[in-house]
Design a protein around this ligand. Sequence first.
Ligand SMILES: NC(=O)c1ccc[n+]([C@@H]2O[C@H](COP(=O)([O-])OP(=O)(O)OC[C@H]3O[C@@H](n4cnc5c(N)ncnc54)[C@H](O)[C@@H]3O)[C@@H](O)[C@H]2O)c1
Length: 243
Amino acid sequence: MLALVTGAAKGIGRAITLELARNGFDVAINYNHSAESAESLCVEARTLGVQAETFRADVSIHDEAARMFAEARASLGTVSVLVNNAGITRDTLLMRMKPEDWQAVLNTNLTSCFYCTQIAIKDMAKARYGRIINIASVVGLIGNAGQCNYSASKAGIIGFTKSVAREYAGRGITANAIAPGFIDTGMTDILKPEVKEAILRTIPVGRIGSPQEVAKAAAFFAREDSSYITGQVLAVDGGMTMV
Ligand SMILES: NC(=O)c1ccc[n+]([C@@H]2O[C@H](COP(=O)([O-])OP(=O)(O)OC[C@H]3O[C@@H](n4cnc5c(N)ncnc54)[C@H](O)[C@@H]3O)[C@@H](O)[C@H]2O)c1
């Protein structure tokens, strides 16, 4: 079975790709700029005994996403598991946010999910089987000052996931979202120490999460026997958003 992970070269996407390979999935590794990291990930995945290939595409551009799926299909077969993981931040307060900061984040984080899901789901519907896993965020649930673009994109992913889940529930396709909290990747590395400290105080578990901890949740949703779970949002956040 083939899994395609967007934005897979680094961070959470990389951990998900390796965890899926460990679980026996062939992996299609999408990257945009990080060719070297994608290649090293590909080599590592192959050592786990599965097929792996890299595919360069900016998934916020429809034609590039479509070309990537066509290439993956030609070399590895049809995609059974899609992980929409590619994401960016352009943090600033609402009053300072430029239209291009808004649009870039919405295009990369949310519109890419629409493009990739719409393309991938054609083969899934034919096969009457599929797993869509969308990487949202806790800020899509609770918001965050300085991230109105990012939190809107992640809340959008949650609504999108639930609608896809309802549309395709009768065809063996599940769609679920993961809402990571504060995870140790390049995205959070850039935060100022005082911001990191403030976030840490809001996490009951008392520490930052690892990409592997998110990857375990993705592997669960990717499994065949998660078939009765769809339209859910699983927070992997050390208890940050518990109610
Ligand atoms: N790190 C966290 O604390 C955290 C928390 C919640 C959600 N997330 C989400 O997890 C996902 C992965 O983030 P990460 O923390 O690993 O960050 P990261 O910056 O390490 O990884 C993001 C990846 O997406 C890729 N990407 C960006 N734009 C792309 C595009 N247009 N086309 C293809 N690839 C593109 C980047 O090149 C990068 O490899 C993102 O959706 C992010 O929003 C992260």
